[in-house]
Design a protein around this ligand. Structure first.
Ligand code: DX5
Ligand code: ZN
Length: 219
């Protein structure tokens, strides 16, 4: 059983204090920082890009788990790698050559993730599972924090862990969207080992980040 890691999403942070906010996450015991990049085209929201990630890099020693909700994604991958991303996760729908995009990320010596939207089938990525480090299962439709968890995605986690076992593969499964103190148990029991959370980490228990991270880890 892999260790459970928490990757808080800065989408729910105070954007006027992002440097201080990621330091609070590090002090609060976060395992990595989930950076939601949105372009207002692939998703109906616009957040941050490489210059902000570059500016944040020196404020935190944790890995930057960068979720690229941008399309087309291929021509921008190197910019995010150079800005300080450690994990680069892309959506298959955002590239017309997933193999090439995976190779680009790996050639840049970064960990590569593929993200599945709630209605996307795992067959979109099963042929690539031996080439990637992480599968990001969206439990909300991408674009905004604070949405309601979609329980139907849990089955994908179970299926992916079965494939991992059958093919003797090894990859992380990260779940992203609407994670709270109740459904985190369901996600972990299904086989997710990295939980993304914005609202629950930043807003629950009066914003006690350390307490919220430990509760999500079932501690
Ligand atoms: C949504 C983002 C998620 C979101 C999670 O498109 O990918 O990472 O910020 O936020 P909560 O935990 O508030 O659902
Ligand atoms: Zn995300």
């Amino acid at each position: 059983m892999k260790n459970i890691q928490i990757s808080p999403s800065i989408l729910s942070a105070d954007f006027s204090q992002l440097g201080a906010e990621i330091q609070r996450l590090e002090e609060g015991g976060a395992d990595m920082i989930h950076v939601d990049v949105m372009d207002g085209h692939f998703v109906p929201n616009l957040t941050i890009g490489p210059p902000v990630i570059k500016a944040l890099r020196k404020h935190c020693s944790l890995k930057f788990d960068v979720h690229l909700m941008i399309s087309p994604v291929q021509k921008y991958i190197e910019d995010y790698a150079n800005a300080g991303a450690d994990i680069i996760t892309i959506h298959p729908e955002a590239t017309n050559n997933l193999s090439e995009s995976i190779k680009t990320i790996k050639d840049l010596k970064k960990k590569v993730g593929i993200s599945l939207n709630p209605e996307s089938k795992i067959e979109l990525l099963t042929e690539f599972l031996d080439q990637i480090d992480l599968v990001l299962i969206m439990s909300v439709n991408p674009g905004f924090g604070g949405q309601k968890f979609i329980p139907g995605v849990i089955d994908k986690i179970k299926k992916l862990r079965k494939i991992e076992q059958d093919r003797s593969l090894n990859f992380d499964i990260e779940i992203d969207g609407g994670i709270n103190f109740e459904n985190c148990k369901i996600a972990i029991n299904a086989g997710a080992n990295i939980l993304v959370s914005g609202t629950t980490v930043f807003k629950s228990n009066g914003g006690d980040i350390k307490k919220n991270i430990n509760l999500l880890k079932l501690k």
